[in-house]
Design a protein around this ligand. Structure first.
Ligand SMILES: [Zn+2]
Ligand SMILES: [Zn+2]
Ligand SMILES: [Zn+2]
Ligand SMILES: [Zn+2]
Length: 106
């Protein structure tokens, strides 16, 4: 018996449908994503995408920062990179940098 994908409404055979691990909906492969971190299969509406590298993430692996209205989603790797960057920045800003040439003079 043919089934319909919950997202795109495409009629597909039951073997090509996947169950979303988050909401349990049956979606076609085109509408499903696999979390890059833990290989969890998710439907499109439950998948998070890293803002930096664009990789699909499950809600558990996605690192969501920022406020509720404008959340920022990052994967673990990109989040670590961001943290390193901001650490470097705060360190640099707390020191006098006499050799910083392209720093705008007041
Ligand atoms: Zn679909
Ligand atoms: Zn889902
Ligand atoms: Zn995951
Ligand atoms: Zn990423």
């Amino acid at each position: 018996m043919p089934l319909k994908c919950k997202l795109c409404r495409k009629t597909v055979s039951s073997v090509s449908l996947v169950d979303c691990a988050e909401c349990g909906e049956k979606v076609c492969r085109d509408c499903s994503y696999t979390c890059v971190m833990c290989d969890t299969l998710l439907c499109e509406s439950c998948t998070y995408f890293c803002e930096s590298c664009g990789e699909p993430l499950c809600p558990e692996c996605a690192i969501v920062t920022g406020d509720e209205d404008r959340p920022h989603v990052l994967c673990e790797e990109c989040n670590e990179e961001m943290e390193e960057d901001s650490l470097e920045e705060t360190e640099m800003n707390s020191h006098y940098r006499p050799f910083q040439r392209n720093f705008q003079r007041w």
